[in-house]
Write a protein of this length. Structure first.
Length: 95
């Protein structure tokens, strides 16, 4: 409840947490579209973990139409911040 309140007030860490709860169905009904929306909100604020998760959503078409170019863009943003998982995903995408 408090994460969602903080997320709606623009807190990127809370947006990421709510995204995970929505994706996994932890305390909230599982809703991939809603998870992706929260990941995007946090990603656009520069949170590397959300950039990775949103990139994965774009790459695989989970909650958004599949868009490999958009996935690469968000992977790149997270990779620039040193997130190893994003570096791996970007490298695999570019092979």
């Amino acid at each position: 409840r408090y994460y969602r309140l903080a997320a709606e007030q623009g807190d990127a860490d809370a947006q990421f947490a709510v995204g995970q709860c929505c994706e996994l169905g932890l305390g909230l009904p599982q809703n991939i579209g809603e998870a992706t929306r929260y990941y995007r909100l946090a990603a656009d604020q520069g949170l590397a973990e959300s950039q990775l998760n949103y990139g994965q959503s774009c790459e695989h078409g989970r909650g958004v139409p599949q868009d490999v170019g958009e996935a690469a863009r968000y992977y790149h943003l997270a990779a620039e911040q040193g997130l190893a998982g994003a570096q791996l995903c970007l490298g695999e995408l570019l092979l």
